[in-house]
Every structure is written in C-alpha cells, then in structure tokens.
Design a protein around this ligand. Sequence first.
Ligand SMILES: [Zn+2]
Ligand SMILES: [Zn+2]
Length: 296
Amino acid sequence: MNRFIGWLPVSNNQVKQRLSEAPKPEPFPVMQNSTADVADGQIREISAHGFCSNCQKEHFLPTGRSKNVCYALTAKLAGHGHLGFLEHFSRQQDYSMADLFGDARGKMFGVLEGVDPRGNSVILYAFSGQINGQWVVPGWAPPLFDLQEWKNVNDDTEKTVKNYTTRIINHTGSANELQNLKRARKELSQQLMKELHSLYTVKNFRGESAPLHSFYSEKRGIPTGAGDCCAPKLLNHAFARSITPVSMAEFYWGKTNRSQLKKHGCFYPTCRDKCYPLLGFMLCGLESKTEDGCLP
Ligand SMILES: [Zn+2]
Ligand SMILES: [Zn+2]
C-alpha cells in the first residue's frame, strides 16, 4: 500500500485518519551475538554499537526512549509525506518522500536522545543518505561533509561520468573501443568516490577525528554509503552541538529494499559492514559520560 500523502493540504480529520493507518514498527530484534547487553538479568536493547580498536572492545548506546520518539516520528512521516515538517514547510516538494515507496525504495530514519550542556533533554533526527536528491533538510542531522565542498568535487566529474555513459549506450565502434570506454568510466567513478569520501570527517567524544578510509580494509575499500547512515550523522551532529547522547534507535520506512533485508516500519540495529567499524570509534569516550546509558 502506498502511504505517501503528497504535499496537498489535508484536513485535520484526514490527517487523523492517516495517522491511525500508519503501521507501528515491529519490536526491536534481540541480537543473537555478543552485542546483547545483559544488565541485572534483563536483556537491554542495543541500537548503536561498534568495535573500538583503541579500547579493544565494543561501545554501544541503548535504544531507550529514542524508540518511543521513533513511533511518534512514523506518525509524522505517514501524515506529511515529506521531510519539511521539522522546520521548513515551504519547500515540501524538495523534501518529498514519494520515491520511498517507488523506485528509490525505502530508507532508514534515526532518532537520538541526548542532553545538552545545560542539562536539557534534546532529540535529534536523521535520514540515511539523501532524500529526493537532497543531502541537507532543515531540522535533520546534516551529512558528515561540507555540502559546498562536496558539490565542488562532485558536479563536474559526475557530468563527465554521465557523458561516458551516453557514449557507451550509443556506441557503434569496435568491442575494444567499448571496453576502453567502460574502463575509463569505472576508473573515473572510483576516483570520484575516493575524493568524495576524503571530505568526510569522523569525530568522537574523546575529541579525536579520523578520515573515513581508516576504518575499512585497504583491500576491500570503503563500502558504498559508508558514513551516510543515520547513526554516524546523529553522533556527528550531537558532537557538533555538544550534546551527550543517551539513546538511539533506527527504523526502516518505505518499500522493501532490493536485498529484502529491510522491511517497512521495522527497527534495525547498527549495520555490520558500514557502521560497525565506524561507531566503535565514534562512541569512544561516551561511556564514561553516560555510565552505560544512564543520564550524565
Ligand atoms: Zn549503517
Ligand atoms: Zn574506545
């Protein structure tokens, strides 16, 4: 069922009706591996976690109250159909979620509960990657790079890559020429990804920062989409605003992804290939502040 509402004005009754139709996320899965934390004989749900090579152990955040905030967020997503509702109601078409139920398929959304330097409780929101081609949406955690720098690196090279694609599609010459075109395009794309990844800055709560590539094996390289998940965006945003994270939860919203692993309205823990190596570093230094998930 397509739950996208569009950006047309809707009456209060329509909104209420749609909110009641919004599916409730399923219970968070209890993890089968060492990441399940047993405190006082009770299994605590862990959302963000990763292995820290510095401390030689895992650091984590529990789902805590963030999970309840996620429930409230799902109702808003279902009701609005765009992401402009946190701060920017005038650019709803730019932030449309229509594609999440179509070709673009769904994406992860995340909530971080934290405490600011004055002791006030703060909620941060994030979506993974881009929404409708936008990296930055008012009220949501920004990406790990400066958008203008990203555009400077990306825009021209991407045009050249597209140009290669057009030449490959319309190619009429020899098979050898075609191979050369394909190889040139691949090399250019890989170079572009490398340059874009170098713009990401990863920080942690010990005041350290590290380049993105340092978290992944040189041989396998940086996985596609690394650093674009909700968890690193939320932690980076918290760090930038001097907010101490207390809990975090992430859920999937939209059409089931191609690998069939993510389903609409379900909660998921930290992803293994992209975030797990990253979050060990990003969460380092936090436990001493939150004392294993308790308020600082
Ligand atoms: Zn991830
Ligand atoms: Zn550590």
